[in-house]
Design a protein around this ligand. Structure first.
Ligand code: ADP
Ligand code: ZN
Ligand code: ZN
Length: 743
């Protein structure tokens, strides 16, 4: 075991070796001698077990037949090669190698993302079976208990070839429901080895709508790119039928026996997206990937995609690392969404990697959104992407009207003004659904004392605690801190303490009081953490019964609820005063996406936005739902200020036990980092937006350059300096290339 770089000073005899990436936080590769006594021929992409210090590690062979210049006493042999054929295909290794360099993150830790957890631990894929559920041979006249079990049974009755378990589970059915039906002998299960699980021969697809002329032009254009690389920016207003285009392009891909990758921003969207895809392609095996899957579910998804058994993968950002047997197209839905960028450790952008991957796989990529990122619009402007537009909703669906409600001098109840409450009442009376959007969970964002002005703050972060009424607690939304409600003010001992401001819980409570007859559904991180809870909520809303849905930005993302006719934004002001150059872009995207939830079917939608800043110029664009014009003006501003996408950022983030330690390290690096051109600069150290989080002090340097490759040179140099510098072990440094927040 020894790091491959740097080479020794004098040239010595070389040894034939294997070069590996190992899961350790060290940049570079490690050379090992060929294993003794093995029948397996080493190949790049295979897993290998090696000695590393006193431990054994499982790494990935990156290169074979290397002339290692390390002396033989330092080279140890590989203990075991774990795969006969590569676990990770060459093009995926190329992509992570590129990403490791681009994002400045150790290659071994990047490669780990390409393997499902069981394979990281050394398990093999040989025995993977898929459980396939069928209706029992003999007809039983038992009616199962519960709505879910009945639905499951009728689904299986309609599926003569049975349904595989991963699919049933992703529809929200549980092991318990399957077992219950099995013990009543209503259904039975067959274990089908993965390699024998042949695809359904009949390639039946369900009926599809006739495309509108706009859709048809776009779909035709994209289909003409199957088999070669082309990047498309599909800018279509909410509900304009982007998903329908994805489906039709994918249909063509799978007719050619190939596969498609669909990246979605949010795990909560997966049941909904999956259902729509499965309904269209009932004979295909469609897999989901997201963080809530358990290890064996992840392994099954990974292996079925790798073997080509599954034809579609719908997944959140790390699905970009899956090995595809034959990838024919990539779709990034809601491409503007910040969740495609990982915000810790390996800070990659799945959207940007997807473009890299499409290029490497020679296949088209569709970046779809109603509100594309300024980066992608810029790429379209300079001709890297082809822009396709959908400007109308198909059928009778029309865009909602938007009105602002000035709340400067209006009393609010549960955050809502009188005109808004009246509107809600009207819509409910017409048998329709109402959605209320509020970007704060909990009861109130602050809790304190009227008499002396004290507010509860987190002892570990520089931030106020959020009051959670049902939990009877104050919680920090940035670390795990939680405390019981104080009985009196710690400063003036006054025993009357009050909640300040409104969160989803408070609005929900008020609405439940005010609209006693109506079902109030709250959607935020506190109500959706349990597996399948979102699925249940989704079904409730789909039933179409009048209800009020109160929730956070989770609501804004791509959901399709046809019976919602009124959308209320409780406060449009919070988003405007964030000191980030992207604040206006993100805020406008959010509002337009939220507004897009109204009136998606035949009924016309209305959007009411409460604000104290009705005269803000941004609102005029939003009122007209004119994202294109707004984006143009924001891009203009960025160009004048020389901000991304017209220049390139990287952040060097430091966190430490003390302010001094963090500052010292950054200042030391700043002095050593010399730019030799005038278009690249380093500024800072600045304190982060949240200068102390979980007792760590956070500062950063900003690298800014007009040229991407100059910025990259600085990133590489920074990495070299960090490797060589002496610093306290408690100081952590992280690079963030193309950051989406600079705070
Ligand atoms: P988006 O992905 O742009 O939000 P969707 O593809 O979800 O839009 O389409 C919105 C609604 O319109 C869906 O119910 C979809 O089934 C329907 N739809 C899409 N295209 C057509 C079409 N050409 N004709 C009729 N209905 C359509
Ligand atoms: Zn007090
Ligand atoms: Zn905290």
């Amino acid at each position: 075991m020894t790091q491959a770089t740097p080479p020794p000073l004098t040239a010595t005899i070389t040894h034939k070796a294997l070069r590996l990436a190992l899961p350790v936080p060290i940049h570079g590769y490690f050379d090992y001698l060929y294993p003794e006594n093995t029948a397996i021929t080493p190949k790049a992409g295979q897993r290998a077990e090696v000695p590393f210090g006193h431990r054994k590690l499982i790494g990935i062979i990156i290169d074979i037949d290397i002339d290692s210049e390390l002396c033989s006493s330092k080279l140890k042999p590989v203990l075991k090669i774990l795969d006969d054929t590569p676990a990770i295909p060459g093009n995926v290794i190329d992509m992570v190698t590129w990403a490791s360099r681009y994002y400045g993150y150790p290659i071994g830790e990047c490669v780990v993302n390409c393997l499902p957890p069981p394979l990281r631990k050394g398990k093999t894929t040989a025995d993977i079976h898929i459980r396939q559920w069928h209706i029992s041979a003999q007809d039983k006249d038992i009616k199962p208990r519960g709505r879910k079990q009945q639905a499951l049974l009728s689904l299986l009755k309609e599926s003569p070839k049975g349904q595989n378990e991963p699919f049933l589970k992703s529809l929200g059915y549980t092991q318990k429901q399957l077992s219950a039906l099995e013990s009543s002998a209503l259904i039975q299960c067959l274990q089908i080895p993965l390699n024998q699980c042949v695809k359904n021969a009949s390639r039946g697809y369900s009926a599809k709508p006739n495309l509108t002329p706009e859709q048809s032009r776009a779909a035709k254009r994209i289909k003409s790119s199957l088999g070669k690389f082309d990047a498309y920016l599909l800018e279509g207003i909410t509900g304009s039928g982007k998903t329908e285009i994805y489906l039709q392009v994918i249909e063509e891909a799978i007719q050619q026996q190939k596969q498609a990758l669909v990246l979605i921003p949010e795990i909560n969207l997966s049941p909904q997206t999956l259902k729509r895809f499965q309904a269209r392609f009932p004979s295909e095996l469609i897999m989901c990937h997201h963080s809530a899957l358990n290890d064996s579910e992840k392994l099954t998804a990974w292996e079925t995609i790798k073997s080509g058994q599954a034809s579609i993968l719908i997944g959140t950002r790390s699905a970009i690392f899956y090995p595809f047997a034959e990838l024919a197209c990539i779709i990034v839905d809601e491409e503007h969404d910040a969740s495609f960028k990982q915000q810790e450790g390996f800070r990659y952008s799945a959207r940007d990697l997807a473009v890299y991957r499409a290029h490497a796989e020679n296949c088209p990529i569709i970046l779809g959104s109603a509100t594309p990122s300024l980066e992608s619009l810029h790429n379209a402007e300079v001709g890297k992407y082809h822009k396709l537009e959908l400007k109308a909703r198909p059928g009778d669906a029309v865009l909602p009207t938007i009105e602002y409600v000035d709340i400067k001098s209006r009393p609010l109840k549960g955050g809502l003004s009188q005109p808004v409450l009246e509107k809600i009442d009207t819509h409910l009376r017409c048998g329709q659904q109402v959605m209320i959007f509020l970007n704060r969970r909990g009861f109130s964002p602050s809790y304190g004392c009227h008499s002396c002005g004290w507010h509860a703050v987190c002892p570990h972060c520089d931030i106020r605690l959020t009051y959670h009424k049902k939990a009877w607690a104050l919680k920090c939304h940035h670390c795990d801190f939680k405390q019981h409600l104080p009985k009196q003010c710690p400063d003036c001992h006054c025993s009357e303490l009050f909640p300040y401001g409104v969160g989803t819980e408070r609005t929900e409570e008020f609405l439940a009081e005010h609209f006693k007859e109506t079902n109030i559904i709250r959607i935020d991180r506190d109500t959706t953490t349990r597996k399948n809870s979102m699925d249940r909520i989704y079904q409730d809303i789909q039933s179409g019964e009048p209800c009020i849905i109160v929730g956070t930005q989770m609501l804004a993302k791509g959901h399709h609820f046809p019976n919602i006719t009124l959308v209320v934004v409780v406060s449009a002001d919070d988003g405007l005063f964030i000191a980030d150059f992207r604040a206006e872009e993100t805020f406008a995207q959010l509002l337009i996406q939220v507004a897009g939830r109204a009136g998606r079917a035949q009924k016309k939608g209305e959007v009411l936005i409460q604000t104290r800043q009705a005269e803000h110029p941004l609102f005029a664009f939003i009122k007209k739902l004119d994202y294109s014009r707004l984006a143009e003006s924001l891009l203009d501003e960025r160009r004048q200020l020389n901000l991304p996408p017209y220049s390139h950022f990287a952040l060097l983030r430091a966190d430490a036990d003390s302010e001094q330690d963090a500052m010292d390290v950054l200042l030391q690096l700043k002095t050593s980092l010399k730019s030799n051109n005038t278009t690249t600069s380093i500024s800072g150290p600045y304190a982060s937006f949240l200068p102390r989080k979980a007792n760590r002090y956070r500062f950063q340097l900003l690298i800014h350059s007009e040229q991407r490759n100059e910025r990259q040179k600085m990133v590489t140099e920074t990495l070299h300096l960090i490797q060589r510098m002496r610093k306290k072990a408690s100081v952590k440094l992280q690079l963030d290339v193309d950051p989406i927040e600079i705070g």
